[in-house]
Write a protein that binds this ligand. Structure first.
Ligand code: MN
Ligand code: MN
Length: 296
């Protein structure tokens, strides 16, 4: 890592953490998803960081990869179980963090605690050189002891500069793997607990996209869209909302780019059996003796 890299990482992590709390605090009955993500993303920019990926709002059996489209009117309802997952970066050093809240009711307190406790238990033992399956095993055991299952096909991940999912994947169960966590790296640990069978599958397309590469002959608005994406951070995910002001007919334009293979669209991920899902996530800097929580 560059000399000032860790300092920027700490700063980005701290902003992401405050943005997560801000966003989760706004989740209330009748508030729109859009209001929450717009407030979170404006806050990140106002703090002098960049938004690392569109703020994810995943409700009930949706585990991840949902952000509202421009003008979307969907509102939180009483009893919703809401994951707020935010990312901020400074100069490419990304803080990625999430928490779960329930709207009004207290039906899923234990389920929420399960992913939180799993993350805390993992953080207690994490250090350079620990095996990734040990981390997964701790996450799994913590959830099982509370009567829930981990989602086995969602993982934590290494983070490198301008690269949100780099290098290692950290399982949320004991996958019997033999990989180790290197000291000096940054990882996001993100346990997902569920009342269901413990697996997600791809549902329809979300409003979260990633640039692949320009292909074929482009229409004027497609060229403008790609140009806009590339003047931002071409390696990081983006949303339709971020192009709305500059690109005419943004939804149709993006559809065309997805069809042409220039842009990838992340699918919405739902629990296969319709189970409720909670998530908790921190970005950690791994040292020889433990870790520093960058998104505390
Ligand atoms: Mn995240
Ligand atoms: Mn993550």
């Amino acid at each position: 890592m560059e000399d000032d890299g860790l300092e920027k990482w700490k700063e980005a992590g701290s902003i992401a953490s405050k943005a997560r709390e801000l966003g989760a605090g706004l989740v209330e009955e009748d508030v729109t998803y859009l209001e929450v993500v717009e407030t979170v993303e404006a806050y990140i920019l106002d703090q002098g960081a960049q938004v690392a990926f569109p703020t994810n709002i995943a409700v009930n059996d949706v585990a991840a990869h949902y952000t509202p489209r421009p003008g979307e009117k969907t509102r939180f309802r009483y009893g919703d179980l809401v994951k707020v997952d935010v990312g901020a970066h400074i100069d490419g050093y990304i803080g990625d963090t999430a928490k779960t809240v329930e709207v009004g009711s207290a039906t899923y307190t234990q389920l929420i605690q399960a992913s939180k406790k799993a993350l805390e238990s993992a953080i207690e033992v994490i250090r350079g050189g620990i095996s990734l399956s040990t981390i997964g095993s701790i996450v799994e055991r913590t959830m099982n002891s509370m009567g829930f299952k981990p989602i086995v096909n969602l993982t934590g991940h290494g983070i490198e500069r301008f690269d949100l999912h780099a290098g290692i994947s950290v399982p949320n169960y004991d996958d019997r793997g033999r990989e180790f966590l290197p000291e000096g790296t940054v990882v996001a640990i993100e346990p997902f607990a569920t009342t269901g069978v413990g697996e997600v599958r791809s549902y329809k397309r979300s409003n979260i996209y990633r640039m692949v590469r320009a292909r074929g002959r482009l229409k004027e608005e497609q060229r403008l869209a790609l140009e806009t994406i590339q003047t931002g951070n071409p390696h990081l995910p983006f949303s339709e909302r971020w192009l709305e002001e500059r690109v005419p007919r943004v939804e149709k334009t993006l559809k065309g780019l997805v069809r042409a293979g220039s842009v990838y669209s992340y699918p919405i991920l739902r629990e296969v059996s319709g189970g409720m899902v909670s998530q908790w996530e921190h970005t950690l800097y791994i040292t020889d003796k433990g870790c520093r929580i960058l998104t505390y």
